[in-house]
Design a protein. Structure first.
Length: 457
């Protein structure tokens, strides 16, 4: 809830680990703090207090968006970062007017920290059994919230090989459709070998993930105009267009879907331009992940090019408190979270949660989609862009199935399709907004087998 809460959490952790071990965390968002620290730069605190309470432990705290890390002095020392360290291409080390490093590293600048962390003992202990326990917990959470199929939006070749083994051993209870996220050489090698692998109903690598820009909360989303509350910046191009073109060619060669993260209007335009240069009229269903802020001119291009807009309704209600501050009212009203306009233009949409950036619960996302509110008594964010309940349910079921060429086996209760079923304690079409917001999953059925049952049912 506040910077002080974070300091207290780190202080508690410091007393429980040996000096030199990394302390890591994730999930904070400066725009959602109830109290702002006295000293801030671009809305973020300085590292002084974090460095004071943890002089012997490197600390790395990842932003809720996943596009920024905040670190202390010890972490910067271990990573060899000082006043002379230059910003990498597609990333920024935040420095104040006196050129003092504040502790904030966004987009590609995060690599300066994370690459050192990943080589540390602390990171090494995070592999193997820990990875398996994370997968198990993730599956349990999916089943609890009625998620029978999951689009994994960035897995390396190493991770995909692990998932493949789990699928072979029938250890997956949620169906995974994966976007590969690795360097081009590794992707080519993996896809070439994958041709000889057997298909598995619980695991398929159908896409390639790319990032064109960052996030709105960290000033990384790339816009045609500067941020209203930070006029010195307009976002980050985190992947060169030439690299995105290379990934597009790999997708064409191996018949995979290119799925590119784009949040700012300029980021979306760049992706649309690259897609247009490569698409050949075939039904390829390449996706833009988020498609969050768009110009009026670019909206019709989605339908014209056959591009799927993979959107997350809860981003709208989660970001709403600071969208107008970032963009101004005009841009917020005309181009932010344009679900209704995209649908009416003929664009194919699918809805997701973007977990762990937001909560996994699809019910809360459906509520956000039909009300543009964070809660039943909350304020609606430009409600003219809402969708109907029927549309929201369709986009969460058939929309997702269509977005990965699985509409023949998933997305509806039809003869011959997979017996993946969710039972809810409310009529999601006819219940009140209050009842919808508090609806509970009572049963999750995957492949005809009950995988989750609400206690007492």
């Amino acid at each position: 809830k506040s910077w002080n809460d974070i300091i207290d959490s780190v202080k508690t952790r410091v007393s429980g680990v040996k000096p030199g071990e990394w302390i890591v965390g994730r999930g904070w968002h400066q725009e959602k703090w109830e109290k702002v620290p006295e000293m801030v730069f671009a809305g973020f605190p300085y590292h002084d207090e974090l460095s004071r309470i943890s002089p012997d432990h490197p600390v790395m705290l990842k932003h809720a968006s996943g596009h920024l890390v905040f670190v202390n002095q010890k972490a910067m020392e271990l990573c060899g970062i000082d006043q002379n360290t230059k910003d990498p291409e597609g990333g920024s080390i935040f420095r104040d007017e006196k050129n003092r490093i504040t502790g904030v590293f966004n987009e590609n600048a995060m690599d300066l920290i994370t690459q050192v962390f990943e080589q540390s003992k602390t990171a090494g202990e995070s592999q193997g059994n820990y990875w398996l326990s994370c997968v198990e917990e993730a599956q349990n959470q999916c089943l609890k919230h009625g998620v029978t199929s999951f689009h994994d939006a960035a897995s390396t070749v190493v991770e995909m090989l692990r998932y493949g083994k789990l699928a072979e051993n029938e250890a997956l209870s949620t169906r995974l459709w994966v976007m590969a996220y690795d360097n081009p050489d590794n992707l080519r090698t993996y896809f070439a070998k994958e041709k000889d692998q057997k298909t598995n109903p619980y695991f398929r690598v159908g896409g390639v993930k790319a990032f064109i820009d960052g996030a709105l909360g960290s000033y990384g989303a790339l816009f045609t105009e500067p941020y209203a509350d930070n006029p010195a910046v307009s976002g980050q191009l985190v992947t060169p267009e030439s690299t995105l073109e290379q990934l597009a060619d790999i997708c064409l060669e191996f018949d995979r879907q290119l799925c590119t993260h784009a949040i700012g209007d300029k980021g979306n335009r760049i992706v649309l331009d690259v897609y247009a240069s490569r698409l050949d009229g075939k039904d390829r269903r390449w996706r833009i992940e988020h498609a969050q802020h768009l110009t009026k001119e670019d909206i019709p291009r989605f339908a014209r090019l056959g591009i799927v807009a993979a959107m997350q309704p809860i981003h709208c209600t989660s970001d709403a408190p600071y969208v107008e501050k970032r963009l101004g009212k005009e841009r917020a009203a005309s181009g932010a979270y344009m679900w209704r306009t995209l649908l009416d233009s003929g664009t194919k949409l699918n809805f997701g949660t973007d977990t762990p950036i937001e909560a996994l619960d699809p019910i809360k996302n459906i509520f956000a989609a039909v009300t543009r509110k964070p809660s039943p008594d909350g304020a609606a964010f430009y409600p003219g862009q809402t969708v109907s309940r029927q549309e929201a349910l369709y986009l969460y079921t058939m929309g997702n199935a269509y977005s990965v060429f699985e509409e023949d086996i998933k997305g509806s209760l039809s003869p011959g399709k997979l017996a993946d079923v969710v039972i809810v304690d409310q009529d999601l079409i006819g219940c009140s907004d209050e009842e919808l917001f508090h609806a509970k999953i009572t049963h999750t059925i995957v492949g005809g087998m009950i995988k989750y049952r609400l206690e007492g049912e």
